[in-house]
Design a protein around this ligand. Structure first.
Ligand SMILES: C[S@@+](CC[C@H](N)C(=O)[O-])C[C@H]1O[C@@H](n2cnc3c(N)ncnc32)[C@H](O)[C@@H]1O
Length: 166
């Protein structure tokens, strides 16, 4: 099985240096240095060896929150175009909540990441997560543990919708 690791060039270089320094093998990984705001990520993944004819798992954990909504939409639509039938998208979103406790936790998180120079750039209303998926060619996969509760907690598993985005 092949794994593709996608990150900003400088961050990825730092990750690779750490792996080397610690002697952790990465022969099973393909590294794709890309900035989602400008780079054609789907094309880069394919040219690095991802087979768009076979199912893939796309994992975006703790990434969407750092992207403007338009960048996130473009990224999801690109991934959909290389997602064969049977693929899955697992994505965590920063979901708005009426709960004061969760709102306080989110505000603390936003202050902390802004302080280290990587501000949160998007928050998706729980009710809008479906629209975000639909407009980018995905739909909730409806697998156990991935229903509305998981979406409320900000984690969604989706599958390719029948019609890819335009
Ligand atoms: C909280 S970390 C999540 C890390 C991820 N779950 C992992 O295990 O590597 C957020 C990641 O998003 C990356 N990121 C933020 N903006 C990006 C962009 N425009 N293009 C590509 N990656 C980006 C950051 O460099 C960082 O590695």
């Amino acid at each position: 099985m092949l794994w593709f690791e996608v990150d900003l060039p400088a961050t990825q270089q730092d990750k690779r240096s750490r792996l080397d320094r610690l002697g952790i093998g990465s022969g099973h990984l393909r590294f794709v240095a890309a900035d989602f705001t400008v780079d054609p990520v789907a094309g880069l993944l394919v040219s690095t060896g991802l087979d768009p004819g076979r199912p893939s798992l796309f994992l975006l954990e703790g990434v969407a929150v750092y992207l403007e909504e338009a960048v996130l939409r473009s990224l999801l639509a690109q991934l959909r175009r290389i997602a064969a039938h049977g693929s899955r998208l697992a994505i965590s979103l920063s979901v708005n909540s009426a709960s004061p406790e969760r709102a306080a936790r989110r505000a603390a998180f936003q202050a902390a990441v802004a302080a280290v120079g990587e501000p949160a750039r998007s928050v998706v209303e729980a009710a809008d997560a479906g629209t975000l998926l639909e407009s980018t060619g995905w739909r909730p996969a409806g697998e156990p543990g991935t229903g509305s509760k998981a979406a409320h907690a900000g984690f969604i598993v989706a599958e390719p919708a029948d019609v890819p985005p335009a």
